[in-house]
Write a protein that binds this ligand. Structure first.
Ligand code: ATP
Ligand code: MG
Length: 555
């Protein structure tokens, strides 16, 4: 478990001190998703750090759509990203930006670099550029490196005007062809690409590369700390080179942290999209997806997701976190916040033969014993109930203490009953279980204090309502489905969804609203599906089972 301060907090606090880089300044971070997919649990780590640092130090955090790449970007994703961030509990206010709004300024900074002799138009094809990239012993080459400034300025303007084919020319920063860091070997900072842009339309046919665009976006927004994941570490010298060589006042600092990996799933947007397009899941918000909208639909709470990231901490070492730890965090939250209810997934009739046929009782039960403020509700009881089929065995297995002929169990909060037998159809299937109640055990406590080993849940067949139950399991059968040399699709769990129709839930659930969460006693934590559940056709998703396979000490 993470304790104390993490290294980013230490850096920021040091810089805020008198004489530090940010002394007297407002801490300003940004979260820069590319709007080409929905946010997932890994993005949530980054955004918890970005928004978290701003909140902790009384600063600001911008949400910026990193939309400098014209392919596959869409307003649908922009709206979804905003919704997810708000759902996690962060305030956006009007701090919302598009990187593409800076295209004009980026162009001007590129011109500035050319004029300073720090950038040139190169006519190598991508293949030639690769060939001339050199290796650790040999510097890279470009025959265009020393072309006159005026020539580069003219060509760059004509690139913008659309005179040249895609791929025909690039603008390259003139840094160091012999650098041990290949990102510094005169990296391409602009390329020609005729794809239309989701906001700029066909205005541009040249687009800035990420490594050039990102530091400019940060500098223009006055970002003090540009927090990003570890794969950008080797790009930091280029980031610094850009902010130091263009005339911007703000010189943001890039700090990298480890990416989050999680077992039994994939987190790349490309792979997640492929799961949808290949029909393995229903969409970005399928409850099996590690996306925030998927987790939300599954029943995850913002508190559980934030606790998960907080406890994992922030470090510089990439790690793979057990999915069970995410489930552990959810269970901890739902144990405190979810109302209890009774639901029978695989119903079989239980008939109490000595209970009057025309009688009904109401029991008052606590909504959540963990939280008395949650109040009570009334649960009806009558002669015919539904119980789980697995709570009866005509011939009991060893150590089976539930219903079998001659055995007594407690019906949760109601009465003690003794099993007397069962009815069967001609195939031998049990159609009803019979029992007799102990009339002196109202509330479930025997008058003589005798020990009752098992308590089972039930619903009243007169008042209960039908429900569809969706039981979700891991999407992949192996911990790391996307290791480099394997095809993640080979590890798809074919049984990641089981649908149960005809479950019976207690009457109080009849007016359940989408996204309401419950602990179904003895069964698990469930959430009313936020798309498909309506009064008259209730649908509950299993958020997480009750059983905890996760040992906190192991963390
Ligand atoms: P993907 O590989 O899924 O497409 P990405 O990194 O390209 O992800 P972006 O939209 O660019 O997706 O991500 C926005 C921010 O979220 C980036 O700063 C990125 O570093 C961060 N991020 C993405 N995935 C993770 C992760 N698994 N753990 C931590 N941060 C992440
Ligand atoms: Mg990215």
């Amino acid at each position: 478990m993470a304790e104390g301060k993490h290294f980013i907090q230490e850096i920021i606090e040091e810089e805020l001190k008198e004489g530090g880089r940010c002394y007297g300044k407002t801490v300003h971070t940004r979260f820069p998703p590319e709007p080409n997919g929905y946010l997932h649990i890994g993005h949530a780590k980054a955004l918890e750090i970005d928004f978290g640092m701003a909140e902790q130090y009384g600063g600001l955090c911008n949400l910026r759509m990193d939309d400098t790449n014209p392919t596959k970007e869409d307003e649908e994703f922009v709206d979804a990203i905003k919704e997810d961030i708000k759902w996690l509990g962060h305030t956006l206010g009007d701090r919302f930006y598009y990187a593409s709004d800076y295209f004009e300024q980026m162009y001007e900074y590129a011109v500035e670099l050319i004029k300073k002799g720090l950038a040139y138009v190169c006519e190598l094809t991508p293949e030639q550029m690769k060939e001339m990239r050199g290796d650790t012993q040999t510097p890279a080459r470009s025959p265009y490196r020393d072309r006159p400034v005026e020539e580069s300025l003219d060509l760059f303007r004509r690139m913008r005007d659309g005179e040249f084919e895609d791929g025909k020319m690039t603008l390259r920063a003139k840094i160091d062809l012999a650098s041990g860091n290949f990102n510094m070997r005169d990296p391409v900072i602009y390329r020609i690409n005729r794809l239309p842009h989701h906001r700029q339309g066909t205005k541009w046919v040249i687009y800035p590369m990420y490594d050039f665009a990102h530091p400019i976006e940060d500098a223009l927004e006055g970002i003090t700390h540009s927090l990003c994941s570890l794969e950008f570490e080797a790009h930091r010298p280029l980031y610094d080179w850009v902010v130091n060589n263009i005339s911007v006042e703000c010189k943001p600092r890039q700090i990298e942290f480890a990416r989050l990996g999680i077992t039994n799933t994939v987190l790349s947007k490309r792979k997640l999209r492929n799961l949808i397009e290949s029909g393995y899941v229903e969409g970005w918000d399928d409850p099996r997806m590690p996306t925030l909208c998927g987790l939300r639909r599954r029943g995850y709470t913002p508190a559980a997701i934030r606790a998960f990231h907080e406890r994992n901490g922030v470090s510089k070492v990439n790690s793979l976190v057990d999915f069970a730890f995410l489930e552990y965090c959810l269970r901890e939250d739902l144990n405190k916040t979810a109302k209890r209810a009774m639901a029978v997934l695989h119903p079989v009739k239980l008939i109490i033969d000595n209970y009057p046929a025309d009688m009904t009782e109401e029991f008052t039960v606590e909504n959540n014993p963990e939280n008395p403020d949650d109040g009570t509700r009334s649960v009806s009881f009558s002669r015919e109930l539904w119980i789980e089929a697995e709570d009866f065995m005509e011939v009991p297995a060893k150590k089976y203490f539930r219903l079998f002929p001659g055995n007594e169990v407690r019906l949760k909060s109601a009465y003690i009953v003794k099993c007397t037998g069962c009815d069967k159809d001609e195939d031998g299937n049990v159609t009803a279980v019979h029992c007799e109640m102990d009339k002196d055990s109202r509330g479930g406590n025997p008058a003589d204090g005798r020990k009752i080993k098992s308590t089972i849940h039930w619903v009243d067949s007169r008042t209960c309502v039908d429900a569809e139950i969706r039981l979700y399991d891991k999407l992949f059968l192996t911990e790391q489905p996307d290791l480099a040399d394997c095809n993640y699709l080979d590890f798809i769990n074919p049984d990641s969804l089981e649908i149960i129709n005809g479950a019976k839930v207690e009457a109080s659930l009849a007016d359940t609203k989408p996204a309401d969460r419950f602990q179904f006693l003895r069964v698990g934590y469930f959430c009313a599906d936020n798309k498909d559940s309506v009064p008259g056709h209730l649908v509950f998703n299993r958020a997480v089972s009750l059983k905890d396979s996760y040992k906190p000490e192991a963390q």
